[in-house]
Design a protein around this ligand. Structure first.
Ligand code: ATP
Length: 162
């Protein structure tokens, strides 16, 4: 089976009401779904920023690079959270099954304005937004990403100095 290795981030920042987390709304429709006939009926999919690890790149560097490209934020790496795994079928070309591993890191927001991204990135990202961290598990579309967020919550609870 074809393999893909990606890396991404759970970017957090403190706010008056608690931690916030950076999420993205990917541009594409989820696989298997019919094309959205009516715009208002489109289900909003929220996901974590991530992308393929380039040759010679360390996954942690990929996470920081992809977070910047997809959200407009710079961040500092705190710890690794999880490696998540899933299989999907490519919707293009020869419909190959892909086994994918994505490493997620806990990142602390440093600078930048969310969703201020290069116009070319709109092919991938409909928008990037801050959401309350304690709503992320409910709002994220994919189980593996929800697990990574749970680990982030546990880490932040046990490391209040961050
Ligand atoms: P990358 O962001 O790593 O460059 P991509 O945008 O090419 O990758 P994915 O985000 O892996 O590709 O999406 C490919 C397919 O897998 C889509 O159908 C998507 O809905 C699905 N998918 C994405 N993330 C997950 C996940 N965590 N669990 C299960 N399926 C997922």
């Amino acid at each position: 089976m074809v393999r893909e290795i990606s890396a991404g981030g759970v970017v957090v920042r403190p706010a008056a009401a608690g931690w916030q987390m950076a999420a993205i709304e990917p541009q594409k429709e989820p696989s298997g779904s019919a094309p959205a006939a009516k715009k208002q009926s489109r289900k909003v999919i929220l996901a974590l920023p991530k992308g393929l690890v380039d040759a010679g790149e360390k996954p942690q560097q990929t996470a920081l690079r992809e977070v910047f490209e997809e959200t407009g934020l710079t961040a500092i790496s705190i710890t690794k959270l999880a490696d998540i795994k899933y299989v999907y079928v490519r919707s293009w070309g020869d419909q190959q099954r892909v086994f994918k591993i994505v490493s997620f890191y806990l990142l602390r927001y440093q600078s930048g304005e969310i969703d201020k991204i290069a116009p070319a990135m709109r092919i991938e990202v409909r928008r990037a937004l801050w959401i309350p961290l304690d709503e992320a598990v409910r709002k994220l579309a994919y189980r593996g990403e929800r697990d990574a967020v749970r680990r982030a919550q546990e880490y932040l609870k046990s490391h209040p100095e961050i």
